[in-house]
Design a protein around this ligand. Sequence first.
Ligand code: ADP
Ligand code: ADP
Length: 223
Amino acid sequence: TALLEARGLRVEYGATVALDAIDLALAAGSRTAVMGPSGSGKSSLVHALAGIVPLSAGEVWLEGGRLDTLSEARRSRARLARMGMVFQFGDLVPELTLVENVMLPLQVLGTRAATARRRAVEVLEQVGVAEVADRRIGAVSGGQAQRAAVARALAHRPAIVLADEPTGALDTVSSEQVMDALTRLSVDQGTALVVVTHDHRVAAHLDDVVVVRDGRISVGIPA
Ligand code: ADP
Ligand code: ADP
């Protein structure tokens, strides 16, 4: 069975149909780029797969269980425990250090502070920002902050990481560093990866491409 699966997914915002009739199955350890024009529904797809936006129709299955029908509390818990999220920018706490940002979700999941700190330092080393680990997010470069976001998304060894334009605000060099970090950690941990991107150089780091157009999948994953 698929790790994460969408069946007949439909998402509406008022009168706007953002997604319709989406079927998608992502295998454990798979690495998928989601591409397509601006406004085509890519963010909505990632947010629907994460159980963040309500569905107008369809189902989302995570590891063989329905995600979309869980209570809000159970859905949040499943997302926190089994998924990692990376956004374009701004979802780290700027006043906290890189280490503290990476520790937060671990501690929410019940890891003791000392253990969480050790793990945070380890993952920050793996993404190549150990030397700035004790600086505040607000005091490091955008590329370093995004590598911290990658570390935070993977520190609890989730089954899948969903990244929405993770390099959208970065220059080419930083973008490559972020994608190297993201794919290397995912491969090491056997984590599946979904990356929304406009950039073919980013997609080149991944194995499959799904193209979304006008709320539908126009190019899917070959069976
Ligand atoms: P993409 O990520 O490909 O740019 P989105 O999923 O962000 O596409 O948006 C898909 C469509 O849904 C667009 O027409 C967008 O304007 C609309 N949309 C997205 N979020 C909202 C929202 N919160 N309220 C209303 N319309 C939205
Ligand atoms: P992206 O294309 O990177 O997903 P957007 O700029 O489309 O980012 O969307 C940024 C935020 O604005 C998202 O939270 C999205 O849900 C919301 N949004 C997008 N389109 C609309 C819209 N037409 N009406 C209201 N909110 C929207």
